[in-house]
Ligand binder design. Structure first.
Ligand code: SF4
Length: 169
């Protein structure tokens, strides 16, 4: 225990703050998100993220939404492990053949009214993977999609903006 405490004090704080311009952009988008979520979802938007076959770089950016810099929970955005509690599906990747059934089942398990957002260029049109013997390409080839967030990968700010736009519709 003492060794752990010693290590903590010796290491200090190693995270870097966001550049001030980026921080103010996040706070600005976050305030709009908070208001939109309050109006449409009674303060809490719950997202089920589905990796339908991505290279995982999209996931790294999505994970960043939960880190201490972006901290999306302060705006009312939560991620859930179960589609049954989700308001939104945030899907990445071209849909690999192996994920087709899982994606369809996740879509069916999500209660109405559900919003489906495809994140990343692969979700939009298959991206660099396209359609092949192993890939069904764009997400809308498998389930209905309400909105796309372009980028390879989209940044956390792109993701927040994309989510904001779709819930403001
Ligand atoms: S959009 Fe880019 S980062 Fe995202 S899964 Fe496709 S190749 Fe990877």
């Amino acid at each position: 225990m003492l060794r752990i405490l010693h290590q903590i004090f010796r290491t200090g704080v190693v995270t870097e703050p966001l550049p001030s311009q980026a921080e103010s952009r996040v706070v600005e988008i976050g305030a709009q998100l908070e208001e939109a979520i309050r109006q449409r979802f009674h303060r809490s938007l719950t997202i089920r993220q589905v990796d339908a076959g991505s290279c995982n770089a999209c996931e790294l950016e999505i994970h960043a939404l939960n880190n201490s810099l972006y901290n999306c929970e302060r705006f009312g955005i939560n991620f859930t492990a179960s589609p049954r509690f989700a308001d939104m599906l945030l899907v990445t990747g071209p849909v690999s053949i192996n994920m087709e059934i899982a994606l369809k089942r996740t879509y069916t398990a999500t209660p109405h009214p559900k919003i489906v957002v495809a994140a990343g260029d692969c979700g939009y049109d298959g991206g660099i993977f396209g359609e092949s013997y192993a890939s069904l390409g764009r997400i809308s080839n498998v389930i209905p999609v309400d909105a796309h967030i372009r980028g390879c990968p989209p940044t956390p700010v792109d993701l927040l903006l994309g989510i904001l736009k779709v819930i403001q519709r």
